[in-house]
Design a protein around this ligand. Structure first.
Ligand SMILES: C[S@@+](CC[C@H](N)C(=O)[O-])C[C@H]1O[C@@H](n2cnc3c(N)ncnc32)[C@H](O)[C@@H]1O
Length: 424
């Protein structure tokens, strides 16, 4: 977007695209979009019309900015950050969503009592949340859930919020200091996160503080089961594994956290005989093998630091989902080099990562997730989101015997499946 569109042009786009969304929901017998209690917690918009959804979000965002005007846009965009942190911080610390039953409508006095918070503070903070479309105040001084505050009460979303507030917010605020102090650094100990955490890098902190690690792992699992980054997209993108000749027998999920991806793959592709999920010792310590996969040793966890030589030799596939984006190019080269001693000819390395579009190639609404994630990776760990060319260059820098086989983004997925093979 370089030149502003007129508000009439935008409203006509909005009208046209909203009609498509509405008709598609009806044609597919899906419920109307709603934030009322009882509404589905995930968006029901079919992936077949994802372009329509993004065109609509783009037009809505542009219209909102135009209506605000440039100066108010500055004030609005910069002041929502600390205010949102304050609201979510209180909701999270005092478990406000969890202290309200799904079908209840209670006074602020009652809700405050349950949460250990003054009535007046409960009222102000929950009203702040209502303004952000969480909760509902159907009559003065009474509060009940809407679908968004109910979503916030789920353990995965609650862990996501906690992890964001505890890890990302202080880290983001220190990014400018880190850029001034360590220009060009690729070291995870020279980041906004490290400046906010006594010089310790992100994954060291998680290994040293089990509660933060547990929240992060739960947030990751929730993200893997939620929209846009749901593991089902990459699982289906590997449907070639339905063919006997294509299906790996042994897979290793490197940095696989609590194993959401590997479990989904093992269940979907019965010819996968053995899946190993590797992660840092404290992360795998809390991970559980699902009962039904214990039999036959089809699934197991292994403590392993991916900067050291890969101990699971001769597997058919090594998966890295949302791992490389945590690290700078030089660190990724170290990680990938550590895999080489384990690779047999024809072994595959499959990355599941967002593949960042070149700047300006997309609309703002599509770009925003990439840009937010890219900046988050920078201040957390000096990592980054990469384009397809970046991935090619990265593997070429590791060893010329790596060859990119394919790169594809399943419709609806924020992430791409990027396959390399080892021609060693
Ligand atoms: C962003 S999370 C991704 C987790 C999982 N692959 C997913 O997609 O949900 C990155 C993972 O890398 C793990 N990790 C970080 N440093 C590691 C290391 N040196 N060795 C092994 N795993 C590591 C973290 O514990 C974390 O589980």
């Amino acid at each position: 977007m370089s030149k502003s569109r007129s508000i009439l042009e935008l409203s006509s786009i909005i009208q046209q695209k909203v009609s498509i969304v509405d008709q598609t929901l009806k044609d597919n017998q899906l419920p109307p979009l709603s934030f009322d209690t009882g509404a589905p917690l995930s968006s029901q918009i079919p992936v077949s019309i994802e372009d329509t959804k993004y065109d609509l979000l783009e037009a809505l965002g542009e219209l909102q900015a135009l209506l605000h005007g440039p100066l108010y846009h500055v004030m609005h965009m910069s002041s929502i950050v600390p205010n949102n942190a304050a609201v979510f911080g209180v909701l999270s610390k005092f478990d406000i969503p969890q202290n309200l039953g799904a079908d209840e409508c209670v006074s602020y006095a009652e809700l405050g009592k349950r949460c250990g918070l003054l009535e007046s503070d409960t009222r102000r903070l929950v009203r702040g949340a209502v303004a952000l479309r969480f909760f509902d105040e159907p009559e003065t001084d009474k509060v009940r859930h809407n679908a968004a505050s109910l979503a916030l009460a789920t353990p995965g979303a609650a862990a996501w919020v906690k992890s964001t507030l505890r890890n990302s917010t202080p880290s983001a605020l220190k990014l400018a200091d880190a850029l001034a102090q360590y220009p060009g650094s690729e070291d995870p100990r020279e980041t906004g996160f490290a400046l906010a955490n006594g010089g310790r890098d992100f994954f060291t902190v998680l290994q040293e503080e089990p509660e933060r690690a547990a929240d992060f792992a739960q947030a990751m699992s929730m993200q893997s089961l939620g929209p846009e980054r749901n593991v089902s997209y990459c699982v289906e993108a590997l449907a070639a594994w339905d063919r006997v000749a294509e299906c790996p027998r042994v897979i290793v999920d490197v940095g696989g956290s609590h194993g959401t991806l590997a479990e989904a793959l093992v269940r979907r592709y019965p010819r996968v005989e053995h899946a190993i999920v590797q992660d840092l010792p404290k992360t795998v310590k809390d991970a559980k093998v699902p009962e039904d996969l214990l039999k036959g040793n089809r699934f197991r966890f292994m403590a392993h630091d991916f900067f050291t030589e890969q101990p699971a030799k001769d597997a058919d596939v090594y998966l890295f989902r949302q791992v490389l984006h945590d690290w700078s190019d030089s660190k990724c080269v170290e990680i990938l080099k550590s895999q080489i001693p384990a690779l047999k000819p024809g072994a595959r390395i499959i990355l599941i990562e967002t593949c960042a579009p070149p700047p300006g190639a997309h609309t703002h609404s599509r770009d925003i997730d990439h840009r937010i994630m890219d900046i988050a990776m920078k201040h957390h760990a000096n990592g980054k989101e990469r384009t397809s060319d970046d991935f090619r260059a990265l593997f070429a820098a590791v060893d010329e015997k790596f060859e990119m086989v394919s790169i594809r983004r399943p419709p609806g997925s924020a992430m791409s499946v990027i396959e390399f093979t080892w021609r060693g």
